[in-house]
Design a protein around this ligand. Structure first.
Ligand SMILES: [Zn+2]
Length: 285
């Protein structure tokens, strides 16, 4: 009986393996967060199977992984990560996933980006997105040289679109009267640095952790001293502390998206960046 069960299991595994290879001889790429999915999908097109590790709604700061995630990683050929310690949980996941399997190629998309202390959200500036796209392109060219020409061509076209987005933001921001704002968590330092804005204060110094009363007092002082009129929250959760500060100081609350989680599509990154630009314009212009 046990013998039979074992035979069935082996046969089942074999069938599973066969169906995977028959279904696709394509490169299997796994990205960690939604922006990297957008970037990679634009470069790979239909030449590779692209999947994202974090499910919609789960942010990278509070990530905990399941046995299904280990399977997802172990089935991939290439893993595209943001880097800058955003995926601090990844090492453990890789050790579980790589046992007894060929090596998975890992691309750190932050390579070459000028890192600002305590902010891993490099993708929120299209200037950095271009560098990330180049890193992904180089990784795909290495992993799948047969399709290198198409990867280079697709990356070139996408970089043109990202540069158009960059120009659009620059032209828009130039005309705004207000340059300083308060954000919920320190996510927009790259964006503000590249476009001449200032994140005067952040409410949560550490993502997902409620601030101390002393910190809140400092934030309020900063808001008053700089004459800040807008405070930015995030759409994924309601943050009582933001509403309280806004009510006390008569500020308007706007929602910005940190693009940590969302729809997996080619256009998603550009759409969300333009939506953020529209919110900033309303608040600061
Ligand atoms: Zn974040």
């Amino acid at each position: 009986m046990i013998f039979l069960v074992i035979i069935c299991l082996i046969a089942g595994l074999q069938a599973c393996r066969q169906s995977i290879t028959e279904k696709s001889e394509k490169l299997r790429i796994l990205t960690t967060i939604a922006p990297l999915y957008s970037f990679t999908k634009n470069i790979a097109g239909d030449l590779a199977d692209v999947d994202n590790l974090l499910p919609s709604g789960a942010g990278p700061h509070e990530c905990s992984f399941s046995p299904a995630d280990i399977v997802k990683v172990s089935r991939s050929d290439v893993l595209i990560k943001n880097g800058v310690d955003l995926e601090s949980w990844l090492d453990k996941l890789m050790i579980s996933a790589q046992t007894g399997k060929k090596e998975i190629v890992i691309a750190d998309t932050s390579s070459g980006v000028e890192i600002i202390d305590n902010d891993p959200h490099i993708w929120l500036s299209p200037v950095n997105a271009v560098i990330q796209v180049k890193n992904i392109r180089d990784c795909l060219v290495k992993a799948d040289p047969g399709n290198s020409e198409t990867y280079r061509e697709n990356a070139g076209l996408y970089i043109k679109r990202l540069k158009a987005l960059d120009r659009e933001i620059r032209d828009e921001v130039r005309t705004w009267k207000q340059r300083e704002f308060v954000a919920l968590h320190p996510a927009f330092t790259y964006f503000t640095k590249d476009y001449g804005l200032k994140q005067a204060a952040v409410i949560q110094e550490t993502p997902e952790i409620e601030p101390s009363p002393k910190h809140i007092i400092d934030v309020i002082k900063t808001i008053e001293a700089a004459g800040i009129k807008a405070i930015f929250s995030e759409s994924r959760a309601s943050h009582k502390i933001v509403d309280t500060i806004a009510e006390d100081l008569k500020l308007r609350v706007y929602n910005l998206d940190t693009l940590e989680t969302g729809e997996l599509s080619k256009e998603w990154y550009e759409e969300k960046m333009r939506a953020n630009l529209a919110v900033l314009k309303k608040a600061l212009n």
